[in-house]
Design a protein around this ligand. Structure first.
Ligand SMILES: NC(=O)c1ccc[n+]([C@@H]2O[C@H](COP(=O)([O-])OP(=O)(O)OC[C@H]3O[C@@H](n4cnc5c(N)ncnc54)[C@H](O)[C@@H]3O)[C@@H](O)[C@H]2O)c1
Length: 266
């Protein structure tokens, strides 16, 4: 099947990647473009988004880049204005930005808590704040939010702010889905499990591992009933479904992309 997003404009936040290879946002941006969307690749690191643009344009797709910090309202407003100036509409808002910091409530600094809530939850509030009026005006839109297994299950890692923010994101998304259903705007969540994206090597290993790369990867793989972590394309394919008209009657839903780990941790 091709052309599943033909004629649509997609705004993808965090469309770069923290390291070489395929991060979730990068894979989503490229897959959306392969399926016909014109993509605005937004990232706090413009060079990371430029790399994504290069990949999309190299395949004959259309992509523009904007440097934006999704934790900052004026930056988000400017990002939305850029999308409208460049493409004239926003059919899909894909909220990919997020990331975890370790710590329980005693160990975690208050500043880290605040930054985590800003990165994982306030960011989505801000993009919705500025994009929803556009979608209401258009009479159509699809929002896809990226969450984590941490928002639904405790599997042995203390990351209290990330857990709380991602759990909050689920309810936030549901309320948007209900409130904006009459305006033909859908809102759904992809809940990613343990994925082998560049951030595993770039950050998680340092935060949660003990320096033994293979042991860290083995431990993550072993937690999953399928015996392996997923990858960015697993997340991207679920997001594509939710962004496309094939999901026209799907809103307020959560798709687990986790190799069965949530079911195992019931
Ligand atoms: N990889 C995993 O194992 C895993 C598991 C569950 C959920 N997730 C979720 O996936 C999402 C991230 O996936 P990824 O692989 O694309 O991560 P990533 O860390 O590679 O981030 C993608 C991009 O986000 C950008 N970014 C960071 N802060 C930003 C900000 N304030 N404003 C704009 N851009 C910003 C970075 O520059 C980077 O290029 C997060 O929501 C995360 O919670 C990942």
């Amino acid at each position: 099947m091709t052309g599943r997003l033909d004629g649509k404009v997609a705004l993808v936040t965090g469309a770069g990647s923290v390291g070489p290879g395929w991060g979730n946002g990068k894979a989503v941006a490229v897959l959306f473009a392969r399926e016909g969307a014109r993509v605005l690749a937004a990232d706090i690191h413009a060079d990371a988004a430029e790399e994504t643009r290069g990949l999309i344009e190299g395949e004959g797709g259309e992509c523009a880049v904007v440097s934006a910090d999704v934790t900052d309202s004026s930056s988000v407003k400017a990002m939305v204005e850029t999308c409208l100036e460049r493409f004239g509409r926003i059919d899909v808002l894909h909220n990919n930005v997020g990331g975890s910091a370790p710590g329980d409530p005693v160990a975690m600094d208050e500043a880290v808590w605040d930054a985590q809530i800003a990165l994982n939850l306030t960011s989505v509030f801000l993009t919705c704040k500025h994009v929803l009026p556009v979608m209401v005006e258009q009479g159509v839109g699809a929002i896809v939010n990226v969450s984590s297994l941490a928002g639904v299950r405790y599997f042995g890692r203390d990351n209290i702010a990330y857990t709380a923010a991602k759990a909050g994101l689920h309810k936030f998304t549901e309320q948007i889905a209900v409130k904006y259903a009459p305006q033909n705007i859908r809102a759904n969540t992809v809940i990613a499990g343990l994925m082998h994206t560049p951030l595993v090597e770039a950050r998680l290993m340092r935060q949660y591992g003990d320096g033994d790369r293979q042991a860290f990867l083995d431990e993550r793989n072993a937690l999953v009933p399928m015996g392996r972590m997923g990858d960015a394309w697993d997340v991207a394919r679920a997001a594509l479904f939710l962004a496309s008209d094939e999901a026209g009657y799907v809103t307020g839903a959560q798709i687990l992309v986790d190799g069965g780990i949530t079911a195992k941790c019931n």
